[in-house]
Design a protein. Structure first.
Length: 159
């Protein structure tokens, strides 16, 4: 992973019998429930937390098209209202596409949208997770850990 990238993290496993340290790391990443997703910059502070929860999440580099779809279809404001272009134009004077370009250029962050929830609630993936399930790493055919650009395919199936 290079320095100028955006990472998408999806929680795959639930909360039964969790170690308290892992529970706090998941809470700091705002991954409260199974099938939640957060988008974070590739910074050392986030990478430490991601490394700690790698046995409960899957992560990789997210691209602009997937992030745009995520904002349009699963972006929520306070009160569980959908994020719309009208709201973005009213509050920030830009549309979602321009915001995504600025976000990937590190000129804006998700915190700039007033009232925006910093996590995305997703559905379970269409077709299920990988063949070996949610207890093995992605490298051996499971669903956990680092998956690189393949995170975009998973998130697209979960939107």
């Amino acid at each position: 992973m290079t320095d100028k990238q955006i990472i998408g993290v999806v929680r795959v496993r639930g909360k039964v019998n969790l170690n308290p340290r892992i529970k706090t790391a998941l809470k700091s990443l705002k991954l409260y429930k199974k099938n939640c997703c957060v988008i974070v910059p590739n910074k050392q502070s986030y990478l430490g937390a991601i490394k700690k929860v790698k046995d409960f999440t899957t992560f990789g580099e997210i691209d602009k098209t997937t992030f745009t779809k995520l904002l349009q279809k699963r972006g929520r404001l306070a009160g569980n209202k959908a994020l719309t272009d009208d709201y973005m134009k009213k509050k920030l004077n830009i549309d979602i596409k321009t915001f995504v370009d600025d976000f990937f250029a590190f000129k804006r962050s998700l915190k700039d949208i007033p009232g925006f929830k910093l996590f995305f609630r997703l559905t379970p993936p269409k077709g299920g997770f990988e063949r070996k399930g949610i207890k093995k790493s992605y490298a051996v055919g499971g669903a956990l850990g680092y998956r690189g650009k393949d995170i975009n395919k998973l998130v697209a199936r979960m939107i």
